[in-house]
Design a binder for this molecule. Structure first.
Ligand code: HDE
Length: 689
């Protein structure tokens, strides 16, 4: 059920002026002329040719012919939502940014989540980095935190970005494969640009197949600066931490989802918001004093390095809540223009060479994508802060700038609009002292490509390590060039020789010679999603399998327990629609075995009832459903006769982790509670599949 509607905020009020509701209205042309017939073009006789005079036809067709705009060169596939951000306590000690001072202020935000490699119509569940771009509509202007769900990047210098992207996009001669890095050119890039090793470890981990946009972290990646009112600056890194914790798919599930529900992530986000399960993310910052810049064994300007949380703790400073779905995906998600250079006073840049290049690229790309220099006037991009300057004209100009003057300085308008002093909110760049020779060079302090890749590997649990090895087997296994496969193994031997040997075993090339056992090496427990797992059944989707003649006494207690835990049961039956229990009660099946699949659920429960179970057995689909859920380490439950379906699926109930069975009716209550606890575990890795 949808909770209390979103709170009104300044951005929402602004957007309201642009919303158009067509309900109950007469149809018109774009000129406002009422249309009398929208079914037939104007012809010379019923069977004759269409007349040039038909302005209505021409207008409609021309508009249609021009409906598409170029998709984003990267992050083409995405989905947005509105919400608000609130700071926990004033941050004045660290930054003068106004939206980070008053805990009672709700700053409107629009967030766009995305994949990186695929086209706009590609599947959500692919193995990829996820974009996490947030636009804060602050009273000092828009602030964009344009991050990813992985805290480091593939390259150290922006000039290499086109090369990186060319390597992971579909290969140019045949445009294969879509939305996947499992091909020769990407791995050739990795092997020959070893600065990518750390990020590749993340991309091969479960982080790259998130269960939901609501269950992944976000990172600003680069080092930025916080600057306070006194002008004191500190280096800062930004983190988003999902309140629901970080959770992932298993790879087989992710691949099946790409066919069963390519829109899985956008549907999940949309439905969560519609149901009032508002996604929440805490904003955290890591800060380093300027005088400590050179005290770490990595360069804090190097975007392939993270700051281990055990060394530089993350201070949680506020929370973002996404509580409103967009009205129109093209107008909002597609036209949203993010830019890491959209900053407010109190937030500044560092000399990270990747960030410096991004500061150019984002405006440049909007110019072609959104068709000119006035994209900031598109409703979703408009700041709630007033805009006054001498920029004029250009395609799609929406403002009617009054007056004679459009230059500075002037006397005819008393120099208006006039620059603001720093004390009046004028943005002043942090006065970092910089000197150097003009060189095309990278600092030697960026040369270590492997230590943190190793740190990441050392921080993984055994299950997480196994998943990484399997991901390498899949991805590198798809590389046709044996030479490239060998190069990849040789490069990752620098990270960990056992890892390299394990990769080699799956991709038909030589292991590094004289493999030494993994070094005990440094670890950062904060990097492991398994070790930091948040246990909760909240917002999880559970399939209840039943059909005609089911036993309602095996269903009602389970539905109540799930509701209490904040989970969402959905009935899957032999047909969609009303299903009758043995004692004449009715349940509504929203799915049939044809329209659904275990991959869209977090858990499965088989209801009891002789007749129902007999039919499910005859239909054979239920056992298949259970088998897949079991293979994906999900929680499985059954009551009374329902256990026969588990037996048919070959699951030895009672002995396998995450499988709960109520043999007798009187056990259903207790069994439902164990089911919820198992569901809160998310996956049962100790299961033998
Ligand atoms: Fe982007 N990136 N990027 N990127 N990026 C774009 O801008 C670029 C990088 C990120 O939902 C483009 O509007 C360069 C890192 C997100 O609309 C483009 C470099 C991080 C989004 C662009 C990077 C990101 C983009 C394409 C290397 C994480 C989607 C369309 C120097 C911190 C934003 C667009 C949205 C989009 C350039 C690297 C995040 C071409 C040159 C590192 C989340 O401007």
């Amino acid at each position: 059920m949808k909770k209390e509607g979103h709170s009104n905020n300044a951005k929402d009020e602004q957007l309201e002026q642009f919303r158009v509701d067509h309900k109950g209205k007469k149809m018109t042309t774009t000129q406002g002329l009422r249309v009398s017939d929208d079914e037939h073009s104007l012809k010379a006789g019923g069977r004759g040719p269409t007349l040039m005079e038909d302005f209505q036809f021409r207008e409609k067709m021309t508009h249609f012919d021009h409906e598409r705009i170029p998709e984003r060169i990267v992050h083409a596939r995405g989905f947005g939502a509105h919400g608000y951000f609130q700071v926990y306590e004033p941050m004045a000690e660290y930054t003068k940014a106004k939206f980070l001072q008053d805990p009672s202020v709700k700053t409107p935000v629009f967030v766009r989540f995305s994949t990186v490699a695929g086209s706009r119509g590609s599947a959500d569940s692919v193995r990829d980095v996820r974009g996490f771009a947030a636009k804060f509509y602050t009273e000092e202007g828009n602030y964009d935190l344009v991050g990813n769900n992985i805290p480091v990047f593939f390259i150290q210098d922006a000039i290499k970005f086109p090369d990186l992207v060319h390597s992971f996009k579909p290969e140019p001669h045949n445009e294969i494969p879509q939305a996947s890095t499992a091909h020769d050119t990407f791995w050739d890039f990795v092997a020959n640009n070893t600065e990518s090793a750390h990020m590749v470890m993340w991309a091969m981990s479960d982080r790259a197949i998130p269960r939901s946009y609501r269950m992944m972290e976000g990172f600003g990646v680069h080092t930025f600066r916080f600057v306070n009112e006194q002008g004191k600056a500190r280096f800062v890194k930004f983190h988003w931490k999902p309140v629901l914790g970080v959770h992932s798919f298993v790879w087989d599930e992710a691949q099946k989802l790409a066919g069963r529900d390519p829109d899985f992530h956008r549907r999940d986000l949309w439905e969560a918001i519609e149901m009032g399960d508002y996604p929440e993310f805490e904003l955290g910052v890591q800060m380093i004093e300027e005088e400590d810049e050179h005290t770490f064994d990595f360069d804090i300007l190097d975007p392939t390095k993270l700051w281990p949380e055990e060394i530089v703790p993350v201070k949680m400073i506020g929370k973002m809540t996404l509580n409103r779905n967009q009205d129109n995906v093209f107008a909002e998600t597609e036209q949203a223009a993010f830019h890491p250079g959209h900053v407010v006073p109190g937030i500044d840049f560092s000399n990270d060479p990747l960030l410096q290049g991004r500061l150019f690229s984002y405006t440049d790309t909007q110019l072609i994508r959104l068709g000119g220099p006035n994209f900031h006037q598109i409703p979703i991009n408009r700041p709630v802060a007033p805009v006054h300057n001498n920029q004029r004209d250009g395609y799609h100009q929406m403002a009617i700038d009054k007056g004679q003057v459009s230059y500075h300085k002037n006397s005819l308008q008393q120099n208006d609009p006039h620059p603001a002093a720093e004390a009046e909110g004028g943005y002043v760049h942090y006065q970092e002292k910089v000197e150097g020779r003009k060189v095309r060079q990278r600092s030697d302090s960026f040369n270590d490509h492997y230590s943190q890749a190793q740190l990441f590997w050392n921080s993984m649990t055994d299950v997480e390590k196994q998943h990484i090895i399997e991901a390498f087997h899949f991805e590198v296994g798809k590389v046709k060039s044996k030479d490239v496969r060998q190069q990849v193994v040789d490069v990752f031997a620098n990270v960990d020789e056992e890892l390299a040997a394990a990769i080699a075993a799956g991709v038909g090339v030589k292991a590094p010679s004289g493999v030494s056992a993994s070094k005990a090496g440094l670890a950062s427990p904060a990097l492991s999603q398994e070790q930091n797992k948040k246990k909760s059944a909240a917002t999880r989707k559970v399939a209840i399998l039943l059909t005609e003649g089911y036993d309602a006494l095996t269903v009602t207690p389970m539905l109540e327990a799930l509701e209490k835990a904040g989970a969402h049961p959905e009935i899957v039956s032999s047909h969609v629609g009303a299903v009758k229990s043995a004692d004449g009660q009715e349940a509504e099946a929203v799915h049939s075995f044809l329209t659904s699949d275990p991959v869209i659920f977090d858990a499965v429960y088989v209801a009891g009832g002789k007749e129902s179970v007999a039919q499910l057995k005859a239909g054979q689909k239920a056992a298949e459903f259970i088998k897949d859920a079991f293979k994906h380490f999900k929680t499985i439950g059954a009551a009374t006769e329902g256990a026969e379906i588990l037996a048919e699926a070959g699951i030895p109930a009672g002995t396998e982790p995450g499988v709960t069975v109520a043999r007798q009716l009187e056990d259903v209550q207790a069994s439902s509670e164990s089911f919820i606890s198992a569901l809160a575990e998310h996956r049962h890795w100790s299961r033998q599949v």
